[in-house]
Design a protein around this ligand. Structure first.
Ligand code: EPZ
Length: 441
């Protein structure tokens, strides 16, 4: 569990890692390549390790050195992704498109739901069927294959009922090696979709329109090797922007792509925080004297990202006035409300709305993380709270943030990860005075 001693200001510059949601899908995309691929700026995350295990189970050879990942998918052993690995990482469902379009068959267990919602994959399945695959779901496994002697998927026009990030990515990858042209309409426009498209284009795929709501893919017979750096993680960057804002600290973040953070920056500015673009890939956050309430509605990109909703809620608990936060993408992504209220926040949930009434302070308390971004929100609240906060459920945090506590310690935060339960007296131990040698780089 994590112990955080609040109300210590932060200062300095934080390095933003590669984007988790690019790394995961681009690792799956490497299955399209009958050559070796090199991916750079890959974050060290539990989810990335798990995706690596899935690829290895398929017969892919991986070699990781630092943030560089070499993937050799020349010889894919078979087309069945193992259940015990897929059930631990939803994103492993991304292998279905590449396996199907490359081998003509793919058997991938249905990814379970998770804490934030049911997470169906019907749009992935319907899209693959539109591309000419037969798809059966039996015993919890999606079995997709080319029947009737078909050698390749057939390009077609696909309209997505919702601009699903995952479905857009699955179908874009499947279409790269299909026969003819595929048009994906109402496609997701997230930067990670564009990153995947750029990775596939670097391997020779013909893709136009990524980043708009209409993506056109012209199939090619095969793809070749590439050496590709993935984009910085806009959600990690947004999380650190809120860390600076909630502790009223001036911070510098790099590398970032400011255009990927327009909605988050705009909302921070409306709360009263100044964000300066110091260089093309560097942001400086200058906190305001008074932070005021703001309304948030999560939407597909370029709207306010659902992955920043919990973190921003933590900030709004201490802003003057009432904020209304509406979560439109996932049906169960307000579970951090109860934990924030344990810290003295004043939040009421009505359906998919959270009404946040600003309070003058939060107080440290033992809290439980329920999902990845909720755990980040609790860390942020702990940085601002009076006294000590202890957070359990750190496995959520480790899935999506590379060395979060090391980066925060380096900025001056007082927190530490302890394996043992705190002493029974319940006394609040003093903050650890980390000698500089302990502060991780
Ligand atoms: C991706 O999930 C991200 N994960 C999520 O990040 C992110 O929250 C989400 O996109 C939205 O931006 C990865 O990229 C690995 P969706 P994904 O398909 O693809 C419905 C994080 O914290 N839907 O865009 O699963 C679905 O129920 C994670 O890093 C269908 O109905 O999201 C949801 O309501 C959490 N049928 C909505 O679309 C489908 O077939 C958006 O989901 C697929 C989705």
């Amino acid at each position: 569990m994590l112990q955080i001693w609040g109300k210590h200001p932060l200062h300095g510059q934080v390095k933003i890692s590669g984007a988790k949601n690019s790394a995961l899908v681009i690792m799956a995309g490497a299955l399209l390549c009958t050559d070796e691929c090199r991916i750079r700026n890959v974050p060290s995350l539990v989810d990335v390790t798990r995706m690596g295990e899935i690829l290895s189970a398929l017969g892919v050879k991986l070699h990781r050195h630092g943030d560089v990942l070499d993937i050799d998918a020349r010889h894919i052993g078979h087309s069945q992704a193992p259940y015990e690995l897929v059930s631990q990482l939803r994103a492993s469902f991304f292998v279905i498109g590449p396996l199907l379009t490359r081998l003509g068959v793919a058997r991938v267990p249905l990814p379970g739901g998770c804490a934030i919602g049911a997470r169906p994959v019907d749009l992935h399945v319907r899209g693959l069927q539109a591309l000419g695959a037969d798809v059966q779901i039996e015993h919890g496994t999606v079995h997709a294959y080319l029947a009737g002697g078909k050698r390749r998927l057939q390009g077609t026009r696909i309209y997505l009922d919702v601009p699903s990030v995952g479905a857009t990515e699955t179908l874009m990858m499947a279409a790269t090696l299909a026969e003819g042209e595929t048009i994906i309409e109402n496609a997701a426009q997230e930067p990670e979709v564009v990153d995947l498209a750029n990775f596939c284009r670097a391997m020779g795929a013909k893709i136009r329109g990524a980043g708009t709501n209409t993506i056109v893919i012209s199939g090619v017979p095969s793809l070749h090797s590439t050496d590709y750096p993935i984009i910085p993680d806009r959600i990690e960057a947004g999380t650190f922007l809120v860390a600076g804002a909630i502790t009223r600290s001036e911070l510098i973040l790099a590398p970032v792509i400011p255009d990927h953070l327009t909605a988050v920056i705009s909302k921070l500015q409306s709360v009263g925080i100044e964000i300066l673009t110091e260089a093309p890939n560097r942001l400086r956050l200058v906190p305001g004297q008074h932070h005021v309430a703001a309304d948030i509605k999560t939407l597909p990109y370029p709207g306010f990202p659902t992955d920043m909703q919990a973190q921003f809620m933590a900030l709004l608990t201490l802003s003057e006035g009432n904020s209304v936060i509406t979560e439109t993408l996932f049906e169960n992504r307000l579970r951090h409300v109860a934990e924030l209220n344990r810290m003295g926040a004043d939040i009421r949930v009505k359906g998919n709305h959270a009404i946040v009434r600003g309070v003058p302070m939060l107080s440290g308390a033992p809290v439980l993380a329920t999902d990845l971004r909720a755990s980040a929100a609790l860390v942020l609240a702990g940085l601002a709270a009076e006294g000590m906060t202890t957070i359990r459920g750190l496995h959520h945090l480790d899935r999506g943030y590379e060395n979060l506590e090391g980066k925060l310690q380096q900025l001056g935060a007082k927190l530490q990860r302890v394996d043992v339960e705190p002493d029974a007296t319940g006394e609040t131990p003093p903050p650890p005075d980390q000698p500089s040698s302990l502060v991780s780089q």
